[in-house]
Write a protein that binds this ligand. Structure first.
Ligand SMILES: Cc1c2[nH]c(c1CCC(=O)O)Cc1[nH]c(c(CCC(=O)O)c1C)Cc1[nH]c(c(CCC(=O)O)c1C)Cc1[nH]c(c(C)c1CCC(=O)O)C2
Length: 343
């Protein structure tokens, strides 16, 4: 039986050519994505229309033959399914009704109330598991509780997650109750994705880096550990990738402490550092600077080869340090792939 390249890496195998995919690989840098989004009308309609969400998930697979496809959805669909209002301001980003008081929390639904609203996402997963090439791994995902809470508390994205830190200090009980609700709801959401056909799960903690000391342990590490333990109890052998972005030194030992099979590395640390301190525990994913896909040229080729070389002595999934940006040149993605696969 064929074992997919991504699964081999997640099982700890070192491969001569690392498997590769990109965060935000279905996105605005691709003309075919922009066309399908226009057809859907707006971003949220695209997320909730299974045929179109499956189509944009497949577009980068057809164009580039990535080793993994990531479900097209968003981490903020879960708070919406819990009852928060969610909309996207064009050119600015997400807006949500805020959750900062016990009364706000009481208005939200529970972990078992999410599936009605999220059923189109599960349908997208079912379509993809039928339509993807057999060698391509299907990755499902959710936001980690802390990152999702930062948006729910502030009602929008923030540069320093200030409102969430403020609530954590001012009303720790409400803050902790929100993290707890998100932790149990995330288990149900991800478990439903696995039942629909997701083969690997990724947990995005984009703002983990702003949690320090004991807060990192309590609100980044511990929720990830609980989610991963619950998922693996229900789905034995399910591989999980954790992304505690900008965790710095706290990347060290994160996989062991949470039970993750792979840690995704951002580009604030060097590949050489991550190979020496994180890959020693198992598979790592990362960590090319996404800005290189805008600027291209020989530096893109050289830096891609450097990342491949740095991680060549252990299990590695090639990826970016963060999502590809809308101003990236699609030809530069092809150039990156040549540097990985073509030598
Ligand atoms: C913080 C966060 C969000 N969403 C996500 C995160 C965590 C990862 C990260 O740090 O980037 C995760 C996400 N968002 C999206 C995916 C789909 C899969 C993929 O291609 O990676 C995934 C995995 C689609 C999306 N999510 C969003 C887009 C752009 C929407 C558009 O087409 O206009 C896409 C393709 C919108 C979004 N969604 C979010 C923001 C802040 C924004 C606005 C910023 C932006 O426009 O890039 C919340």
């Amino acid at each position: 039986m064929m074992t997919k390249t991504i699964h081999k890496a997640l099982a700890g195998e070192t491969q001569a050519i690392p498997p590769v995919w990109m965060m935000r690989q279905a996105g605005r840098y691709l003309p075919e994505y922009r066309a399908t989004r226009a057809q859907a009308g707006d971003f949220l309609s695209l997320c909730y229309t299974p045929d179109l969400a499956a189509e944009v998930t497949l577009q980068p697979i057809r164009r580039y033959g990535f080793d993994a496809a990531i479900l097209f959805a968003d981490i903020l669909l879960l708070p919406q399914a819990l009852g928060a209002d969610l909309w996207f301001e064009t050119g600015e980003g997400p807006r949500l009704s805020t959750t900062t008081t016990p009364a706000d929390l009481a208005r939200l639904g529970g972990k078992d109330d999410i599936h009605g609203r999220l059923s189109p996402v599960y349908e997208t997963v079912r379509i993809l598991s039928r339509e993807l090439p057999r060698e391509t791994t299907l990755i499902g995902f959710a936001g980690a509780p802390w990152t999702v809470a930062t948006y729910m508390i502030a009602g929008r994205g923030t540069p320093d997650q200030g409102p969430a830190h403020a609530l954590k200090s001012a009303d720790r009980a409400t803050f902790a109750a929100l993290i707890d609700l998100l932790t149990v709801a995330t288990v149900e959401y991800l478990s439903a994705q696995v039942q629909a056909g997701a083969e690997v799960i990724k947990l995005f903690d984009s703002w983990a880096g702003s949690l320090k000391g004991q807060d990192f342990t309590d609100f980044a590490l511990e929720p990830a550990r609980r989610i991963i333990a619950a998922l693996k109890a229900r789905h034995p052998g399910l591989p999980v990738i954790a992304f505690p972005r900008e965790a710095g030194d706290r990347y060290i030992g994160f996989a062991r402490a949470t039970g993750a099979d792979c840690v995704a590395i951002d580009n604030s640390v060097s590949a050489e550092w991550a190979a020496a301190h994180v890959q020693t525990d198992g598979c790592v994913q990362g960590n090319l600077d996404p800005a290189l896909l805008v600027t291209g040229g020989d530096r893109l080729t050289e830096e891609t080869r450097r990342v491949v070389r740095a991680f060549a002595n252990g299990p590695h999934i090639f990826n970016l340090g963060h999502g590809i940006t809308p101003d990236a040149d699609p030809d530069n993605v092809a150039r990156m792939l040549d540097a990985i696969r073509g030598g």
